[in-house]
Design a protein around this ligand. Structure first.
Ligand code: HXC
Length: 261
């Protein structure tokens, strides 16, 4: 965590779930360096905290995040952005988080906001959510994975449509296309996300982290390499006491009590 209290996010826990709420309401949670630094620090702290099993990143009803802060970016030069200390700072931190991170999205998830949601492990959307990569209207293109993660989620046709025309996708279309895992009424969004997070928190953490690592590996390299990677993780989990506990509980028709949560 940052030494001082964060100003652009709020951080709280609910049981073993760490919740980060983006909090720049006047700018529709536009992502500036301070917010990204605070978000990265908060997620890293939760990742290292043995009392936390899962994380949720969320925004406001009106906006998950309306993108990178255009006002801040407006005067940047090539050198400013290329040296890495502007805009993309700390985005890779989120990718390196090992425990599951759920994006609970309501309202606008545009540009860097859509990319941030896609960096999370899965997206639960409220029925008012709108996803888009409108950077083309600003004379730029997505810069935090939009052209790479969106086609992996929804395919080339919809990605090209969104990236080239800046068309937004509503929650229904996003679910149909595979960008989001669930759509719920706005007032049920946090309950749904918390429910999913609490399920994850009740499971064996080594298997949860291995599952996340294996699924993410499917987006890198070849199928053969991915299958072999999965197999080795699968084998390794037989060395955990939680595997014995989980299988014994099933065989004896009782609830498992995992030790490594
Ligand atoms: C800075 C922003 C902002 C942004 C909104 N605001 N989006 N400020 N950066 N990305 C501010 C507005 O200036 C305004 O401030 C206030 O939030 C409310 O926004 P309105 O436009 O008045 O609201 P509304 O009419 O409801 O329209 C909502 C909106 C629109 C459709 C989301 O704000 C919009 O198009 N925003 C820009 C979206 C975008 O282009 N995102 C991509 C950015 S580039 P005031 O002071 O006027 O009230 C990007 C690159 C990522 O993300 C690269 C990652 C490395």
């Amino acid at each position: 965590m940052t030494a001082t209290s964060p100003e652009c996010i709020t951080v709280r826990t609910e049981g073993r779930v760490g919740i980060v709420t983006l909090n720049r309401p006047k700018q529709l949670n536009a992502l500036n360096n301070q917010l990204m630094d605070e978000l990265g620090a908060a997620l890293k702290a939760f990742d290292a905290d043995q009392d936390i099993g899962c994380m949720i990143v969320t925004g406001s009803e009106k906006a998950f995040a309306a993108g990178a802060d255009i006002g801040a970016m407006a005067t940047y030069t090539f050198a400013d952005v290329y040296n890495g200390d502007y805009i993309t700072r700390n985005w890779e931190t989120i990718r390196a988080i090992r425990k599951p991170v759920i994006a609970a999205v309501s309202g606008f998830a545009l540009g860097g906001g859509c990319e941030l949601a896609m960096m999370c492990d899965f997206i639960i959307a409220a029925d008012n959510a709108k996803f888009g990569q409108p950077e083309i209207k600003l004379g730029i293109i997505p810069g935090a994975g939009g052209t790479q993660r969106l086609p992996r989620a929804v395919g080339k046709a919809k990605t090209m449509d969104m990236v080239l025309t800046s068309r937004m996708m509503d929650a229904t279309e996003a679910e149909r296309a595979g960008l989001v895992s669930r759509v719920v009424p706005l007032d049920k969004l946090m309950d749904e996300a918390l429910g999913a997070a609490l399920v994850i928190c009740g499971l064996s953490l080594p298997s949860v982290m291995a599952a996340k690592e294996a699924v993410n590996r499917s987006f890198e390299g070849t199928l053969s390499d991915g299958v072999m990677f999965e197999r080795r993780l699968f084998h390794a989990l037989f060395a955990t006491e939680d595997q014995k506990e989980g299988m014994d509980a099933f065989v004896n028709k009782r609830k498992p009590d995992f030790k490594n949560r």
